[in-house]
Design a protein around this ligand. Structure first.
Ligand code: MG
Length: 389
């Protein structure tokens, strides 16, 4: 059981359905990881990408972590029976010699390769990823065939913001989403309130809308936003301030009263513990957004779930960041709260399998071996282009 080739490329991604609109130069890494295991006459290839929001990690992947996988012996990668990759052994191989702390975006590089290892392992096992995860680390209960989902997007448009935002949300509702999340914090508060009111007018109830401030508010802005948003009865208020400013975070939780969502920009179990202890969050009410890619991949994400379990956090509080198929499998396998989907942002990574839409506000992971990136034609072609370079 060997990994014989790893390829990586940085690709641009857009926050908008129209990729011509500026997205701040945002990129992500795509990887193809080829194994020496043959299925249907071809070597099994696992695909992964760096989720969204934190740029590509090509240097770290190519120079540091992929070489460790390529140099690893069978025993460092295979399960006990030697029949498949063991993603946890592969993860230890990647993390060998890495010291705790100082995550930088090393965690994103490891998570990208970890996603490809899981994709390959599920393909070798011949099962959808959610089944493999449930078999290896589930609590014994069956995976959830469908999970609650919401549509993420709603970035600020450079022109005609309110009308373009309203069109985007109408298109989300037309696809069958019942709950949506939009961005705030990039404009004066009065303009954000107009965005909120425009979208709430389209939804079945005010609490079908969540807002994401993208960690942009300082202490004073947080308290002003808390007071202004409170009467709007939102689903949740997300990423309110610098992710490590727990003092501001805790003060805002008290001032706001409604549900707060946090954790997307924290990357380790130790950081999650600090958020739980000092961020003022309430396990019965608030939402945890940790990204199963950015937290050093699924092994790191599982450490966070385990750590927070000790603080009384139920699995239903976890709504992972990312809006892609990998997160969907994780939510289904582990019985988490629900899943973000980005139907119009971050193409071709966002959204469900081609032609698939939510039913009653719920979505299902693809029923093909692996993550199922191949069920999205443009994504299949993009990953496929790695092997012809
Ligand atoms: Mg966010």
């Amino acid at each position: 059981m060997r990994i014989v080739d790893v390829r990586e490329r940085s690709v641009p991604i857009s926050r908008y359905n129209d990729p011509a609109l500026p997205s701040g130069g945002l990129t992500t890494s795509i990887v193809a990881l080829t194994t020496d295991t043959v299925r249907d006459g071809k070597p099994v290839v696992g695909y992964g990408f760096a989720s969204i929001g934190r740029f590509a990690q090509g240097g770290l992947i190519r120079e540091r972590f992929a070489p460790r996988l390529l140099a690893a012996a069978d025993a460092d990668l295979a399960n006990g029976a030697g029949t498949n990759l063991d993603p946890f052994r592969a993860w230890k191989t990647m993390m060998k010699g890495e010291k705790p702390g100082g995550h930088g975006e090393r965690c994103v590089a490891v998570g990208t390769l970890d996603m490809a290892v899981w994709d390959a392992a599920a393909k070798i096992a011949g099962v959808p990823l959610y089944r493999l995860i449930a078999d290896l680390v589930g609590d014994g209960s069956a995976p959830h065939p469908t999970v609650p989902a919401y549509a993420g997007g709603g970035y600020s448009y450079p022109t005609d913001d309110l009308s373009q935002l309203s069109d985007e949300v109408r298109a989300m509702l037309a696809q069958g989403y019942t709950h949506v999340k939009i961005k705030i914090g990039g404009a004066p508060l009065e303009r954000d309130l107009k965005r909120i009111e425009a979208v709430q007018a389209l939804l079945a109830a005010p609490n079908h809308l969540a807002v994401d401030a993208m960690n942009s508010f300082n202490a004073e802005q947080c308290l002003a936003a808390a007071a202004a948003l409170r009467p709007h009865h939102l689903w949740w208020f997300e990423d309110i301030c610098d992710p490590l400013d727990f003092e501001t975070h805790a003060a805002t939780v008290i001032a706001y009263h409604g549900a707060i969502a946090a954790g997307e920009a924290l990357f380790s179990a130790a950081e999650a513990k600090l958020l739980d202890r000092y961020g003022g969050l309430r396990p019965a009410k608030d939402i945890l957004l940790f990204d199963p890619v950015h937290t050093y991949g699924l092994p790191g994400y599982l450490q966070i779930i385990e750590t927070l379990k000790g603080g009384g956090w139920p699995r239903s509080a976890f709504w992972p960041h990312g809006g892609h198929l990998f997160s969907l499998h994780v939510v289904s396998a582990l019985g988490l709260g629900g899943c973000e989907v980005n139907p119009f942002s971050f193409a071709p990574f966002g959204g469900l399998s081609d032609g698939v839409t939510p039913q009653g506000g719920r979505v299902a992971p693809p029923e093909v071996p692996g993550i199922g990136f191949e069920t999205k034609a443009k994504l299949r072609d993009l990953f496929g282009s790695l092997s012809t370079e």
